[in-house]
Structures are given as C-alpha cells and as structure tokens.
Design a protein around this ligand. Structure first.
Ligand SMILES: Cc1ncc(COP(=O)(O)O)c(C=O)c1O
Length: 376
C-alpha cells in the first residue's frame, strides 16, 4: 500500500476543509489542500526546529536561500539572484501587495481563483476581466477578449500559471504571446506560480513567466511557495521573485507595516521541501495522475457534465450547466460531496473538485458525484 493510500482522520482537527462539514456526512473536496501528510524530511525538520525551543522573529538563512535557488534552477532552469527574493507569509498577500504597488487598473482572465477577483477591489483598483476560451482542444487565452478587456489605464496583469481552476500548464508559445501583449501595453505581470510543482503530464514542464526573456523578467513579479506541492499551506511561507530593483522596491514599499515576518517553521519546512523531498514528490505526482485519470473517466461518463484534461494542479474544473441545477454546489452537498462553487471563480454552473486525497476517499466521492448527477 502506498503511503498516500492511508487515510488520515482530519475531522476533529484544525482543518477548515473538514471543519466546514463537521457532523455531516459530506466529503470535503473543496479548498486546495491535500489530505496527505507532508514529506517525511519536512516533518523531521520541523521536529528539529521545535526541539530548539526558541521561536523568536526569524528571517531566511544562507542554506534556505541556497535551497530555493538550487530548486528553481534544477526544476525550471531558472537562475535567480538571492536579492531578488522577497519573503511573504502567503501568495494571496502577494497578489494584494502587487495590486497596491502598481498604480492603475488590473486585468485578469476568468474563471480564476477568487482572490484574483477580490485583490484589486481591496486595493481600490478597477478589475477588467477577459474570459478564457473553452475550446475542443482545451482552455486557451482569447486574444480578442484580452484586447477588449484592456483599458488605457491597465498597468497590471494577474496571471495564474499553472491555472487554477482550469488546470492548464501554459506553454512557452502561450506565455510568449502574453509577454508580447504585456510589452505592447506596458503591463507588469504578476504571475502566481503556486501550483508549479504540480504538473501532472509527463510531457509538459512548468516555465516561469519571468524566465522567458530579460524583458519578461523586467516586468514581472513571480509568486511561488512550497505550500501546494508539499502540502504545507498552513505553515504560511511563500516568496516573490522580482529581478527589477525598482519594481522590487515598489513591492516592498507596499508591504511596509502590514506584512509580517514569515514564521520560522514555514521557513524551516521550505528548505527541506525543496532540497530533500524529491522522492516523495515523484510518488505524489504519480498518485495524483492516477486520481486525475479516475476523475476524468468518471465525470465524462455522466450525461450533462464535462471537464477538460487537467495538466497541472489537483483540481478538476467541471461544467455542470447542462444539469440545469439552480444551486449546483448545494445539490452536490445534499448528495454528500462538498465542492467549490464556480460562482466564486466568476463562472456560475461550474464546480471545482479537489482530488488530492487517498484513493478510497476519491472512489467514494466519485460514486456520490455520479449519484448526484443522476438525481439532477
Ligand atoms: C492560484 C493560487 N494562489 C494562491 C493560493 C493561496 O495561497 P496562500 O495560501 O499562500 O495565500 C491558492 C490556493 O489555493 C491558489 O490556488
């Protein structure tokens, strides 16, 4: 039995994923964390750090920075300098800071992870949205939609790469087209790459937007974290990579006074996640790939629902509009399945299913999914 097969009871824990349905027979496949324990080297590093017993304010140390640099170079052929890194307690913080740092309107492509929609608003910026196109060949950027959503005042493009919720690992060609668009319209690109370690297709690779060219680097803020890949989002450790010094200073000025230090356990976990957890990561990807295939097969078997292949992330984005349900998420909850409501992503009639769970949980969830579709 694979260690990912072993269910870990999270019902009476601090988990917001499981707490939402406390006392109800609803399998929670909504918020994006996985029901797996962190990699053993991460747990050991945390134990060592706790043994030390002193938890004062902390900051990054040389072997941590070295681990980040080595990881980015070996995984993505992306060479960065230590001073380009700005540590953050989370990616959502980074999205909000980017909106505050860049004067002007914001552009993004929907459907999208909800904080992309709220961050401009919280920062007093107008948000302009372009819809992604759902084609027979999969989800694509729609250049016409991007051009029509763009205003003269737009200065920031929020990119989700890989994309939550549609699961695309954007290709070099697609990214180059976006880079040309950003150049032509003088946009800063804030690229949220939190899911970059979760590319499931063996023939695809994550390409950091900033690694495309010196010009793309100059206009980009890359947001990354070990949190999704190594399942440690509760440890609150992330970072921005900003090579352009002026842009980096603008970002840091917008953080001043409101963004706290990253907690020391998150930093300790980050170092070993990136450096020592490769075996665990390879097994995880193989496990998620099989889960993804099971979800695809089960969803596309049902009448009235469909989904496109998930190239990256552990999230399936499912079109249930043809079921004709007034409240799709509530209908699936009533059948024992807690999914994310597409409305929050700017797409009513869609649901997002998190398949980062043991196979036994997923198999039960897919039975409930099918019962809910047939009862619609
Ligand atoms: C695209 C994306 N960005 C950011 C986050 C959350 O980041 P954090 O917990 O570091 O704020 C998520 C979590 O699901 C996500 O999918």
């Amino acid at each position: 039995m694979n260690s990912f097969d072993t269910p870990i009871d999270r019902r009476d824990s601090d988990s917001i994923k499981w707490g939402k349905y406390a006392g109800r027979d609803v399998l929670p496949l909504w918020v994006a964390d996985m029901d797996f324990a962190a990699p053993p080297p991460v747990i050991a590093a945390l134990q060592r750090r706790i043994e030390h017993g002193v938890f004062g304010y902390g900051g990054p140390w040389p072997s941590l920075t070295e681990s980040v640099l080595a990881h980015l170079e070996s995984e993505y052929l992306w060479r960065i300098e230590p001073e380009w890194i700005v540590w953050l307690p989370g990616l959502v913080t980074g999205l909000n800071v980017a909106c505050r740092a860049i004067d002007g309107e914001v552009l993004t492509a929907t459907p999208i992870y909800p904080p992309f929609l709220s961050a401009p608003h919280f920062s007093g910026r107008q948000l302009n949205r372009a819809e992604l196109a759902c084609t027979d060949a999969g989800w694509r950027f729609d250049q016409n939609a991007l051009k029509s959503a763009l205003t003269a005042a737009t200065r920031l493009f929020l990119l989700c790469h890989p994309h939550n919720p549609v699961g695309r690992c954007w290709s070099r060609e697609e990214l180059l087209t976006l880079a040309t668009f950003a150049d032509a319209n003088d946009l800063v690109v804030c690229s949220d790459e939190i899911h970059c370690g979760l590319v499931l297709d063996a023939d695809k690779r994550h390409i950091p937007f900033a690694s495309l060219s010196p010009e793309a680097a100059r206009r980009s803020i890359t947001l990354m974290a070990p949190s999704k890949t190594f399942n440690i989002p509760g440890l609150g450790c992330a970072f921005a990579v900003i090579s352009d010094a002026k842009l980096r200073h603008r970002f840091e000025r917008a953080m001043a006074g409101i963004v706290p230090h990253v907690n020391v356990l998150g930093l300790a976990a980050c170092e070993v996640a990136y450096r020592d957890s490769g075996d665990w990561h390879r097994e995880l990807i193989a496990y998620l790939r099989t889960n993804r295939n099971l979800v695809m097969a089960a969803v596309n078997l049902e009448n009235g629902v469909k989904m496109q292949p998930v190239e990256a992330t552990y999230l399936a984005w499912i079109d249930v509009r043809k079921l004709g349900l007034a409240k799709p998420a509530a209908h699936f909850e009533a059948h024992g399945l807690g999914l994310s409501d597409g409305t929050d992503f700017g797409a009513p009639g869609w649901l997002r299913l998190n398949f980062g769970c043991p196979r036994s949980t997923l198999e039960e969830a897919l039975k409930r999914f099918s019962a809910a579709c047939r009862a619609a």
